[in-house]
Design a protein around this ligand. Structure first.
Ligand code: SF4
Length: 349
């Protein structure tokens, strides 16, 4: 068993615990309204902007939009924070997103509802083990996914998001380069299959996406033969094979807007449905199944760390002293190089 898999077993226990207590955290309508008002007032008073990921809860996404912030994917979140005039960024997402915002904009204050919101990909790729792995393969160009710590980014040659990973690896392959890709094994194998590049893949996984099941998906496709299937590339290969479109969160939303189908079966975290449904109000969105015959659903297409961005913690975001994101300035500068390489490459596409 790999080190990454050992981490995943621990993570599954945390996820089960989180889901078991989900109902206890539900708010009354009055309490929700009061918290939303408090958050709006706080943002205004602190000259801060709220930047939320597509996987956060509906109320957080609405607040970000209503207060002049953004709901988006990780890269767009960081870019928006960089360009926005606010001096404080409140990032509702997971820790690597706050770190990426800080790396891109070190002069701003970056706060998060909780720094405990992390990601199974980030946890499953500790810097010491990753650096050793890279050292063992000095002939390979190191490409890492955005879902990694600042230290792992700093050890890489390129940082990529799921929307650009394929293009970057195809570009490196055309130059005759061999690639070491981390940390998501499903994304790595997908990129390898579509580019034909020589890709050595780190053995990590997203606890949410790896739960999607091909057998269950086939069954839902039979029930809805007119639906197009949209799949995030962190999903297993057997699920990706059934997709009409494979893409990042933003690309999945774009596909639903562009494609003529009236129905879509979607394999990604179900938090995306809120913003997606607003963009295609007359189309039907169906979540792809995470529990096939005899299988156990651990995450139920619901990232437990994204769910930590609760209104209660968002309302206290300016009161606490343990929720500011710091990145060592030297480390941040080194992490910025592979990030900038991706941003520059994106302009050439
Ligand atoms: S959905 Fe997966 S990749 Fe995204 S933050 Fe959660 S564990 Fe990480």
């Amino acid at each position: 068993m790999s080190i990454a898999n050992e981490h995943l077993l621990e993570i599954r226990e945390l996820v089960k615990d989180h889901l078991a207590h989900q109902d206890e955290r539900k708010l009354s309508a009055e309490r929700e309204e009061a918290l939303k008002q408090q958050i709006c007032d706080n943002l205004r008073r602190e000259n801060a902007v709220l930047i939320a990921h597509y996987y956060t809860q509906d109320a957080v996404q609405d607040l970000a939009e209503e207060t002049g912030g953004i709901v988006s994917d990780s890269l767009e979140m960081a870019r928006f924070g960089h360009d926005h005039p606010a001096q404080t960024l409140v990032v509702a997402g997971v820790k690597f997103m706050g770190e990426t915002a800080k790396i891109l904009t070190p002069e701003k204050r970056v706060l998060m509802p909780t720094l405990e919101a992390t990601c199974s990909l980030d946890i499953g790729c500790p810097i010491d083990e990753f650096a050793e792995f890279c050292d063992q393969h000095p002939d390979r160009t190191v490409v890492v996914y955005a879902n990694t710590s600042a230290a792992v980014k700093a050890r890489s040659d390129w940082v990529v998001t799921s929307s650009i990973a394929k293009d970057v690896v195809a570009h490196l392959h055309a130059q005759g380069k061999k690639v070491l890709f981390a940390p998501d094994r499903h994304l790595g194998h997908y990129i390898q299959s579509v580019t034909g590049a020589d890709v050595l893949v780190w053995d990590g996984a997203c606890i949410v996406h790896e739960e999607f099941k091909a057998d269950g998906l086939r069954h839902v496709m039979e029930e809805h033969p007119d639906a197009a299937v949209l799949v995030h590339p962190e999903s297993p290969a057997a699920v990706i094979e059934l997709a009409d479109r494979v893409g990042s969160t933003s690309q999945i939303i774009q596909a639903a807007k562009e494609m003529p189908n009236r129905k879509f079966i979607v394999a990604t975290d179900q938090g995306i449905f809120h913003t997606m449904q607003k963009q295609v109000p007359d189309k039907e969105l169906i979540i792809a199944p995470t529990a096939g015959h005899g299988a156990t659903c651990y995450s139920c297409a619901n990232c437990p760390w994204m769910a930590m961005n609760e209104l209660e913690s968002l309302a206290r975001v300016f009161e606490r002293d343990d929720n500011e994101v710091f990145v060592d300035p030297e480390l941040g500068k080194r992490a910025m190089l592979p990030l900038q390489r991706m941003l520059d490459f994106k302009k050439t596409l």
